[in-house]
Design a protein around this ligand. Structure first.
Ligand code: ATP
Ligand code: FE2
Length: 323
């Protein structure tokens, strides 16, 4: 069983050792206005995790005592949210007398994509609300080849959408309006080496809208420019590592425009793009369960007293004993 609670989603998944998803039950908090408040999200998770655990067990047809281990996302993420999930996982593991496994959230996005799309040695473009990273396995570790220097790409879309009164979550709203856009407006294209930055683009896009540019044109330009930056650094990672598989992960991987730009780039260099199904792209418990299972099988053990969460747990800090 895997428990996910790093940001606005509480989710409990159960998988078997062939990565069949037996259950993946989620509940997300979406605030009426403003960003997510860590404490409010944690309260939401505290209320929902226990029912989700039972719901998942019922859906999977697996009595809790038959679980092999209880995994949870130990980081990175929002402190109060992480601690709520960790508390639930510890309580469950102790009461059932099952081993506890602490999973890195970003690595879990990659592992579930690998297991369900059957790619082998991908470069992962992980694009969610809080995270934007280009990750690949190299010399014994998952390494970050490029990342955002400020806000995540999903955050850019969410913040823009809120500022111009579109609502939340912004990604799908921006995507549908962008389809009606006709002109490409100038926005800052900021790629620094292998890293990207989005906050300047956010300010500039809001300005364009204030100046009276059509919202559809701004949305379209925002997607074009931001996704071109991501496609560029992903391509460079592929070239550098001499790989021919790109895997998308994170909520923004649901975006059709991003998919078409990345797949076009991949095709041009005889590579292939893989995208897990939407329920496995967004934050979910099944990816934590699956990565926890890989770790457990490879002998990773975690004592309750060592199970403190790590808000800034970096992808490259993970000891990959299972690859
Ligand atoms: P993390 O904690 O990993 O940063 P998160 O809490 O942001 O994750 P996800 O479920 O991975 O959660 O992703 C949510 C993000 O995905 C939101 O920013 C949302 O706007 C974005 N998103 C969802 N669908 C689309 C879409 N079609 N196009 C662009 N963005 C999308
Ligand atoms: Fe995520």
């Amino acid at each position: 069983m895997g428990i996910e609670s790093t940001a606005h989603t509480a989710s409990v998944g159960i998988v078997d050792n062939k990565c069949r998803i037996l259950a993946n039950e989620s509940s997300s908090i979406s605030p009426e206005k403003g960003g997510i408040h860590p404490r409010e999200a944690a309260n939401h998770h505290a209320e929902n995790l226990v029912p989700l655990v039972h719901q998942a067990a019922k859906k999977a047809g697996v009595p809790l005592r038959e679980l092999d281990a209880v995994a949870f996302a130990i980081g990175p993420g929002l402190g109060p949210c992480l601690r709520t999930g960790a508390t639930a996982a510890r309580a469950l593991a102790l009461s059932l007398d099952k081993p506890l496994v602490g999973v890195n959230h970003c690595v879990a996005h990659l592992e579930i994509g690998k297991a369900t799309t059957r790619c082998k040695e991908p470069v992962l473009l992980y694009v969610s609300g809080g995270n934007t990273q280009v990750i690949a396995f190299a010399e014994g570790r998952y390494r970050i080849f490029g990342e955002t220097l400020d806000i995540g790409i999903g955050n850019l879309l969410d913040k823009f959408a809120r500022s111009v009164g579109l609502g939340f979550p912004g990604g799908p709203l921006v995507e549908s309006l962008a389809g009606k856009g006709k002109r490409l407006l100038q926005l800052p294209y900021s790629v620094k080496g292998m890293d990207v930055a989005f906050s300047g683009m956010l300010t500039a896009a809001i300005e364009l809208h204030k100046k009276g540019e059509s919202l559809a044109d701004v949305c379209c330009s925002l997607q074009e420019t931001a996704f071109a930056m991501l496609t560029e650094v992903t391509e460079r990672a592929l070239a550098h590592l001499d790989r021919d598989e790109v895997l998308l992960g994170g909520g923004v991987a649901c975006n059709g425009k991003l998919r078409s730009m990345v797949s076009r780039m991949a095709k041009d260099r005889d590579a292939e793009m893989f995208v897990p199904e939407a329920s496995l792209c967004v934050d979910n418990g099944a990816m934590i369960a699956w990565t926890g299972l890989l770790m457990h099988k490879s002998g990773v053990r975690l004592e309750v007293e060592d199970s403190s969460v790590n808000q800034r747990f970096r992808t490259d800090q993970v000891d990959v004993s299972w690859a």
